[in-house]
Design a protein around this ligand. Sequence first.
Ligand SMILES: [Ca+2]
Ligand SMILES: [Ca+2]
Length: 364
Amino acid sequence: MKKYYIILLITMFSCSLLYAQLPNGNFNAATCTGNGAFATCVPNWIQSHGSPSINSSTNPYAWMWSYSARGEGILANFNFQQGVTYSITCRIRTRDYNIQTIRDNALLNIMAANGIVSQTSSSPIPTPTSSQNIISNLFNNYTNLVWTNITTTFTADANYSQFWVHPRMNLPAQPDGNGNTRQSELSIDDITITVVSPPCDDCYSFQPKPGQEYIVSGWVKEEHATQVMSYSSSYIRVNFYNQQGNIIQSTDFNPVGHIIDSWQRIADTFIIPGNATDIEVELRNDNQNIVSYFDDIRVHPFNSNMKTYVYDPQTQWLMAEQDENNYSTFYEYDNQGGLVRIKKETEKGIYTVQETRSSHTKNN
Ligand SMILES: [Ca+2]
Ligand SMILES: [Ca+2]
């Protein structure tokens, strides 16, 4: 409500609006195969250590090895949010060469992590600054050289930005009885990560969708020494980010129309780009020499109506409501709480639409 509330200058709020997906979890977007493929040609993925392979005849998958606490691992960008529960599916294939000491010592590790610095050296296996196990199972849980489907749920105990898969065997390569020594080996494919439950019941009740149209609106006021016809320094900027955290589209929404009681309206539409995962709304003032104010910022689907209400925090009286075009109706009261005046804001100005006189009889 413009009359009572002032939101000042340049503020910024950002919300994670769309459920994150793991791009290229099936590795089919890889543009090369073989040893070291993750260094160059697997979108959204890189090696955490060593030179993991993309193996493929027709369906690409990732392949890694480990022994002596060395080996290979793969790393993807993924934003795990604290308190959110995820369902993770994949298919894995272990190779233990039918050697029980490998089965009893090699681990399949799938983790959420922060701070892993990618290296092409196979040694040592890197240590994240923080991490949480999603799966940490001995190879003994799986059958040698058989693809196994895995489904698990995982609740993040902190925010993590990395998804990490690697085998780990701290023992050296093990004799197979035929004069060879053998490492532990891991293949993985078809990784999906989906949100099972957000951290609160209503925190994701507003879930903008890529490809859909939305209305952004708000009101701007600038303090000028002399009267102006339009405000030119203050505007709303909407930024769209992709999974990698890069801005893929940025749109400015300027105030237009009459200045009403020193406020000018912003009202426009935008379509969320198909590959957007986050939206950021900035309230901007590009002129350091003037003060500007923002109020009644709203974002809602184009195919919807929105009404918002302003209540006095002390008396709980309804002070104003904003209609589907973000124009206000103001309610004014006497000291007893009797409604005395209703004023309506239109594109031409503010009009009194109802005036009431009431009297209170005193009983002596
Ligand atoms: Ca695949
Ligand atoms: Ca390799």
